[in-house]
Design a protein around this ligand. Structure first.
Ligand SMILES: Cc1cc2nc3c(=O)[nH]c(=O)nc-3n(C[C@H](O)[C@H](O)[C@H](O)COP(=O)(O)O)c2cc1C
Length: 374
């Protein structure tokens, strides 16, 4: 058996990737135009990170105004947003790269100031995050969460339709595919996990019922783009945004088996290292066993993310666990990360203070290798 390398080619759905270093979805809150429209600066950021045959996943992008949870986050549901995203897709394609849009409905991780005409944020059940975290208002103020309104069963076809429409808009904007954001405590995850879903209808209770909305969304989006151009992100270990489930292994094994049966392009898992403090790559051995269960449950391509450095990423691919590895913070700070990892170059350090909001600083001004060595 030959072992695979982080720097070798691989097929992921309909894409033929030239290497396996993927840009993880990173919210940067720099689409400041009215209407949440991506701009030329956003395009410059993605272009810097594009490489021939490499896959970028965009920042999470709301599928509707109701799905918006952060100021200056972009959307993908209006003609102006489609035009804005064309700047990004054309820039990435000009370097021979691929780009998937991450489709997002935040559910309860929102604030009514972001959509004043729509009232309260919505969720599976009327339960506010209780982990002490705060929400950002339209004017970037951090305030307490509001208690969301539980979506009526009759509203759920409308949510599925919003995802389907966003998939059509993504196609019109020139994306190579989409990643459905089922992770990190946003709407689809709120339906999956029983800490946030206490519904008594056919979208709550059993694992099959809680997985129903996510799978209906997958089917609708696959109906637009085809299964080879649809990936999905899950965070089976995540506590972020006040999440929890009484039996995550049973829940996520079911979800992964269902996704496997549908033959989607890939599943993107946020690994447990990501729940630890920054820089801490230690991992509970019990979770490594769980990872094996999940790997077995999904037979397609697996993108793994969370706390990776070069060594861990090389190992994850060589061991056959992951088909590709997504990097978040290192890719944010190193526009030419795939090349730096290939040659084993030093990495720029990321600056947390410029992660969210602002302009070029901490966004498009991290130097590439040639600029560092010149
Ligand atoms: C600034 C920032 C923004 C993020 N935004 C998103 C997002 O929009 N969608 C998402 O699924 N994950 C998001 N994440 C999580 C990352 O995709 C990734 O899983 C996490 O940073 C761990 O990977 P890393 O250790 O390589 O940074 C974000 C992380 C950071 C640091």
């Amino acid at each position: 058996m030959t072992t695979s390398s982080l720097f070798s080619s691989v097929s992921v759905g309909e894409l033929d990737l030239a290497h396996r270093v993927v840009l993880a979805p990173l919210t940067r809150l720099r689409s400041t135009q009215p209407g949440d429209v991506p701009n030329a600066l956003n395009a410059a950021y993605y272009k810097q990170r594009a490489s021939k045959g490499g896959l970028l996943i965009t920042e999470a992008t709301q599928i509707s105004l109701q799905g918006k949870g952060y100021p200056a986050a972009p959307g993908i549901y209006t003609p102006a947003q489609i035009e804005g995203w064309k700047l990004v897709t054309e820039a990435v394609h000009s370097k021979g790269g691929y780009v998937f849009a991450q489709l997002w409905h935040v559910g309860r991780i929102s604030h009514s100031s972001l959509h004043p005409d729509l009232g309260l944020p919505v969720s599976a059940s009327a339960i506010a995050p209780a982990d002490g975290s705060k929400v950002l208002t339209a004017s970037f103020q951090q305030v307490e969460f509001e208690t969301p309104r539980a979506l009526e069963a009759a509203e759920l076809p409308g949510i599925v339709e919003d995802y389907r429409h966003a998939a059509e808009c993504s196609q019109a904007a020139g994306f190579d595919g989409v990643e459905i954001h089922g992770a990190n405590g946003y709407l689809l995850d709120q339906f999956l996990e029983d800490g946030t879903n206490q519904r008594t209808d056919q979208y709550g209770g059993s694992i099959e019922n809680r997985a129903r909305l996510l799978l209906e969304v997958v089917d609708a989006v696959v109906g637009v783009l085809g299964k080879g151009r649809v990936g999905i992100r899950l965070s089976p270990y995540g506590k972020f945004n006040g999440m929890g489930d009484s039996n995550p292994v049973a829940l996520f094994t079911h979800v992964l088996e269902q996704l496997s049966a549908r033959g989607v392009a890939y599943v993107h898992l946020v690994e447990p290292r990501a729940v630890n403090a920054e820089g801490d790559t230690s991992i509970d051995p019990a979770l490594l066993e769980t990872a094996k269960v999940y790997r077995k449950a999904f037979r397609g391509a697996l993108i793994s993310a969370g706390g990776y450095n070069r060594e861990l990423a090389v190992q994850a691919v060589a061991s056959g666990y992951a088909d590709a590895v997504a990097f978040g913070r290192h890719f944010l700070a190193n526009p030419d990360l795939p090349e730096r990892l290939r040659v084993g170059a030093e990495l720029n350090k990321y600056d947390r203070s410029t992660f969210y909001g602002g302009g070029e600083e901490g966004y498009t001004d991290y130097p590439a290798l040639q600029e560092v060595t010149a």
